[in-house]
Design a protein around this ligand. Structure first.
Ligand SMILES: *Cc1c(COP(=O)(O)O)cnc(C)c1O
Length: 432
């Protein structure tokens, strides 16, 4: 009935997440409130890990792409489940270190890493830096030398694959700010350059073709193209590549129209493609790295709001406003993303009207759901927006000086705060 498997309805007709009554959660912790189902996060981690063990003989590592939801809490869970981590900034490195993460299982990404960030990465013992461009390569070599280490690197390659998704989250095509392209020889050039530097060692190649992708074919094509590149590196430069990092980007169900790929089937397909290509090209079987973010945490999260005023504009539209919005979920204003919402205190009621659910920020684009077909929403209802576990908290802001909501993790029937609600005092903490 709901877009995520962990949701249901109890005898009070309240929405439940895991075994927790969402109306009770809203009462106890206040709204807006992010709720994360820890059991589902762990289940998703295991799904990937087990598939990698089963289909690729354990010769791979799944990294949780931290930017989907970065916190001490999520870093600890990824670690406990035996995953590595994909980080994209000094702040994410810092968070991982503070969470006690084994940093050799971390890949550091980004199209414009600063000297300070690279230095922090090296000093923290980050396993791989995924180098984006020549400028960064030279800077990293120098910083590695200053630290007296040889840093393992991969290159971010644009395999020239067009993934069918929103243009803001397409990253595998030549017109992208990320990485070096294959088709114009940039990728080969940077690999050649790296082979001559003393303080970096190229052990892997990486690609990430985009996000929220529902089609398995672009991923398969990317894997094939990357294996061809591995052969080219061996033939022309004598470099043997140990690791193939295929990125993330697997779509999830935000609405009933979304039909995600089965993640374990994908790993099965990719395993065959990589094994066959290694044999055909006479290159060694690479260790496979994958970086799912959204598909691990998004379905596990919901956001609870309290409904405020209704505005029925005759012959135009009905707006229903809630006590959060683009500050806690900027995905509509960024991508016009679609979501599903449920009235948590009347979860099974039949829809009867089309309404637009708006946030409370001073922007007309501050919308959570446009033209949603819903049961009649009343002032004081608890509204749950589903599948908000990824790119919500991590993209949140204090626009309009609205404090960020708390994050509560539920497991079994218990609930605990894992990130505190911000206070007004937090909002002025750095003001002089
Ligand atoms: C964003 C990103 C991911 C994760 O993407 P999801 O769509 O959340 O799975 C993985 N790798 C890289 C390099 C990324 O930029």
């Amino acid at each position: 009935m709901f877009v995520s498997e962990n949701l249901g309805v109890n005898e009070k007709n309240h929405l439940i997440i895991g075994k927790n009554d969402t109306v009770e959660l809203a009462k106890k912790f206040g709204t807006p409130l992010y709720v994360m189902d820890e059991d589902l996060i762990r289940k998703n981690c295991r799904l990937y890990k087990n598939a990698m063990d089963k289909y690729y003989d354990g010769k791979g590592l799944v990294l949780y792409a931290n930017k989907a939801f970065c916190s001490l809490y999520t870093c600890r869970i990824a670690n406990e489940e035996g995953l590595g981590l994909d980080v994209v900034s000094g702040g994410e490195i810092y968070t991982a270190v503070k969470a006690g993460f084994p940093m050799e299982k971390v890949c550091f990404h980004g199209n414009n890493k600063t000297a300070d960030e690279l230095d922090l990465a090296i000093k923290s013992g980050v396993g791989h830096v995924v180098v984006d461009n020549i400028y960064e390569l030279e800077m990293l070599d120098k910083i590695a030398a200053e630290n007296g280490v040889v840093q393992k690197i991969m290159f971010r390659i644009k395999p020239g694959i067009d993934a069918h998704t929103h243009s803001f989250v397409q990253t595998g095509q030549i017109d992208s700010k990320f990485g070096v392209a294959l088709e114009n020889g940039e990728a080969f050039e940077i690999a050649e350059k790296a082979s001559k530097l003393a303080n970096v060692r190229m052990t892997g190649v990486h690609c990430h073709i985009g996000s929220q992708i529902f089609d398995i074919e672009p991923f398969c094509k990317a894997a094939e193209v990357m294996m061809e590149f591995i052969k080219e590196l061996k033939d022309k430069l004598g470099i043997e590549i140990d690791e193939l990092n295929l990125g993330g980007g697997y779509g999830i169900r935000y609405t009933e129209n979304d039909d995600p790929i089965e993640y374990d089937k994908y790993i099965e397909r990719i395993s065959v493609i990589v094994k066959d290509a290694a044999k055909k090209y006479g290159v060694k079987l690479p260790f496979i790295i994958m970086e799912p973010g959204r598909s691990i945490v998004a379905p596990a999260g919901i956001t609870l709001y309290t409904v405020g005023g209704r505005k029925e504009i005759k012959d135009v539209r009905t707006y229903v406003s809630v006590d959060g919005g683009m500050g806690d979920n900027p995905r509509y204003i960024m991508y016009e993303s679609e979501y599903t919402a449920v009235i948590a205190n009347r979860a099974n009621e039949k829809p009867t009207e089309t309404v637009t659910i708006a946030g409370k920020c001073c922007e007309s684009g501050d919308i959570l759901l446009k033209d949603a077909y819903m049961p009649k929403i009343e002032v004081g209802d608890t509204l749950a927006v589903l599948a908000t576990g990824a790119y919500n908290y991590s993209m949140s802001s204090n626009y309009n000086r609205i404090a960020r909501p708390a994050v509560v993790a539920v497991s079994g029937g218990s609930a605990k705060i894992v990130i505190k609600r911000e206070t007004y005092e937090d909002l002025i903490r750095n003001d002089m």
